[in-house]
Write a protein that binds this ligand. Structure first.
Ligand code: NAP
Length: 260
């Protein structure tokens, strides 16, 4: 309840939350950061490229460049969070991708290519989320903390790169186990699984018009998702209103997983 003597401004200051967003410099993570920052929340953007984080232009945001698939780098983030935030109210894992912008393996051995693809995707999508969560989970606000992962329609259908799909699917049981573990502290853990989202770096410029049309045609809504569609779902799951929703995987894909 708002104390009768408090102004709305001071109430907003009291309620400002500390929000950590991996992959916060681009795409879905950036749209999400903008949404929380508009609420007056204090946002920390994480990603490997410092210049991308600095250019993101999220009002008042802190930035910390780190490769979150590396334990030592994640420990560095943990120290940064301890010094700047102390407590984390909302932890959002948007770091990831299918590796379209990553270096390719140089080998004639097909199994080397398989090894590279699975290792790369596991690092990008599973380890980034697991390492950062494990490093920060004791700092989550209790009660009221929120952990949010981003999976993919690929985890349900095995579409696209199967290594990518598998590395996203691995987040589902992790989220369920964490929800059980953190529930007694009043913390919820959920997963948002988007379909095709436009205006991100995900496809690395590799999206041709025919593929785009095919992906849009799979939806019942007749359109691609925007980063804002996914951000709004994350924002709602982080709200007080969603306090009894935990261990869920929410699909944001315009019905594409069901098909026509
Ligand atoms: N776009 C889609 O259609 C779609 C669909 C389903 C799911 N998703 C998922 O949505 C999430 C956000 O992707 P997006 O679409 O917004 O694409 P994006 O613009 O490429 O965002 C991915 C972000 O992750 C960061 N990142 C990647 N590896 C990292 C690492 N090892 N350590 C720290 N940061 C790392 C990237 O920054 P740096 O390169 O600077 O590190 C980038 O900012 C991803 O998990 C993706 O798999 C996307």
């Amino acid at each position: 309840m708002i104390p009768p003597t408090a102004t709305l401004t001071s109430y907003a200051l009291v309620m400002a939350r500390n929000v950590v967003i991996s992959g916060g410099g681009t795409g879905i993570g950036l749209a999400t950061a903008q949404l929380f920052a508009a609420d007056g929340d204090q946002v920390l953007l994480l990603g490997r490229r410092a210049e991308v984080l600095e250019r993101a232009g999220v009002p008042g945001a802190l930035t910390c460049a780190a490769d979150l698939s590396r334990p030592r780098a994640v420990r560095g983030v943990e120290r940064f969070v301890a010094a700047e935030f102390g407590t984390v109210d909302v932890l959002i894992h948007s770091a990831g991708g299918a590796g379209h912008l990553e270096p390719e393996v140089d080998s004639d051995e097909p199994l080397d290519v398989v090894l590279h693809s699975w290792t790369l995707n596991f690092g990008l999508n599973t380890l980034t989320a697991a390492l950062l969560t494990e490093a920060l989970k004791d700092r989550l606000a209790d009660p009221g903390g929120r952990v949010l992962f981003i999976s993919s329609i690929a985890a349900f259908r095995g579409s696209g790169s199967v290594a990518y799909a598998g590395s996203k699917a691995a987040l589902h049981p992790y989220a369920h186990a964490l929800a059980r573990q953190l529930g007694p502290r009043g913390i919820t853990v959920n997963v948002v699984a988007p379909g095709y989202v436009e205006d991100t770096e995900f496809f690395g410029g590799a999206m041709d018009e025919a593929r785009r049309e095919r992906l849009v045609a799979e939806t019942s809504t007749g359109r691609a998702a925007t980063p804002g569609d996914v951000a709004a779902t994350l924002h709602w799951l982080a709200s007080h209103a969603a306090g009894h929703i935990t261990s869920q995987i929410i699909q944001v894909n315009g019905g594409a997983e069901r098909g026509h």
